[in-house]
Design a protein. Structure first.
Length: 392
């Protein structure tokens, strides 16, 4: 197999060489524990401070409002559980949506078992939640609203500023899972009234296993991991120093090259969408047609099964996915596609192709050559498709 085309950047990106080079000395040369008072610890702590500054600057935050975690899922857990437990004397109602990442949905479901009340809001056919629906769901005992910035499967960008403004007016904490948005959207947490924001390094060319949570000064939140005073007593455990150095460098690079990268990727995305919609009949584009992440495409192909499509694409050297990497072991169709109103049989035929810095026009042309042939071949095995072709 000569071709190797990676179109699964929503699942993970590679680690940028500049990022890796900045990380490497912290495995061997600068190995001190940042909690230690001696010079070995102090020099490492200074480097962590630089990384914290870089993350803060990228989203318009203060350095002391950034808390490093082991990834986006931990950041989501810390935000939601931390606020819920710290504020349960004020109320026990949380508002979120039906299309959140499992790190948010399953955390909220766990809190329901512990006596909290959660409202899971519907979305429209494009996956957009209405700010008015958020407003109408607020109760006297609402303590938290959590809405993802951009959906990891279908790429739809939510009206975050409007929703955050509603939360701010009602004096309710607002959290957004921005794991897919960082590097693809310009974000300013102060201007947008965001109280908490989650991110994960490996989505923007940083290392895996490290993330960050922005927590606005004044937010009442308690730790969910105990055993030390690291991260200003909000996240116990010796810091993942190389990872923290990596996320700092990665987010800095992401916004240094923001306009150039996203303009090119958007052009490739639009070419891919146009080509597939023209070449493959009985195809649906999922997500908002315009207000979507620059690197995201998501389709449903009727009369075929998504896993078969993925395997056939893989044999041709093309890596894609059928949705979230965190639920790829499930036989159930995507909860996101069901939430936007697709029936099970169509939702099962989904394909997400997410682009990145390494992709070229030649990659897109190859996909547009190979994909229609695969879809047609798989459809020939479907008795339903035979009936459609025969006009019966």
């Amino acid at each position: 197999m000569s071709k190797r085309i990676y179109l699964d950047h929503a699942a993970t990106t590679y680690t940028n060489k500049e990022v890796l080079n900045e990380m490497l000395p912290y495995f061997t040369e600068y190995f001190g524990n940042p909690s230690s008072v001696h010079q070995f610890g102090r020099e490492v702590k200074k480097s962590i401070d630089v990384a914290r500054d870089r993350v803060a600057k990228a989203i318009g935050a203060l350095p002391e409002e950034i808390y490093f975690t082991a990834g986006g899922s931990e950041a989501d857990n810390l935000a939601i559980k931390g606020v819920a437990y710290a504020n349960k004397s004020k109320g026990n109602h949380i508002i979120t949506t039906k299309i959140e990442h499992p790190a948010v949905l399953e955390t909220c479901e766990q809190l329901e078992k512990e006596g909290f009340e959660v409202t899971f809001l519907d979305v429209d056919q494009y996956g957009v939640v209405s700010p008015e629906a958020v407003r109408n769901a607020i109760k006297d005992n609402t303590i938290l609203i959590s809405v993802m910035y951009a959906n990891n499967e279908i790429g739809t960008i939510q009206p975050i500023s409007e929703i955050a403004q509603i939360a701010n007016e009602k004096k309710i904490y607002f959290h957004t899972d921005a794991v897919q948005a960082i590097g693809s959207i310009r974000i300013n947490v102060k201007e947008q009234n965001i109280d908490m924001l989650s991110m994960a390094s490996h989505k923007f060319y940083g290392p895996k296993g490290v993330g960050a949570l922005y927590v606005r000064k004044g937010v009442k939140l308690i730790s969910i991991i105990h055993g030390g005073s690291q991260e200003r007593k909000r996240r116990a455990g010796t810091e993942n120093v190389p990872g923290i150095i990596g996320i700092g460098k990665a987010i800095e690079l992401a916004y240094q090259k923001f306009d150039e990268n996203n303009a090119r990727i958007t052009m490739l995305r639009d070419k891919l969408i146009k080509g597939i919609m023209e070449k493959v009949p009985y195809t649906r584009l999922n997500g908002h047609p315009e207000n979507r992440l620059p690197n995201n495409t998501n389709f449903c192909f009727e009369y075929i099964e998504g896993e078969s499509l993925l395997l056939n694409l893989d044999m041709k050297g093309i890596a894609g996915s059928s949705g979230s990497a965190c639920s790829s072991g499930s036989l159930e169709p995507s909860h996101v596609l069901l939430a936007i109103g697709l029936p099970h049989e169509i939702a099962h035929g989904s394909l997400r192709l997410s682009l990145g810095e390494v992709n070229t026009e030649e990659d897109i042309e190859y996909v547009l050559q190979v994909l229609p042939e695969i879809v047609d071949r798989l459809r020939q095995m479907s008795p339903l498709y035979e009936k459609v072709k025969g006009g019966k």
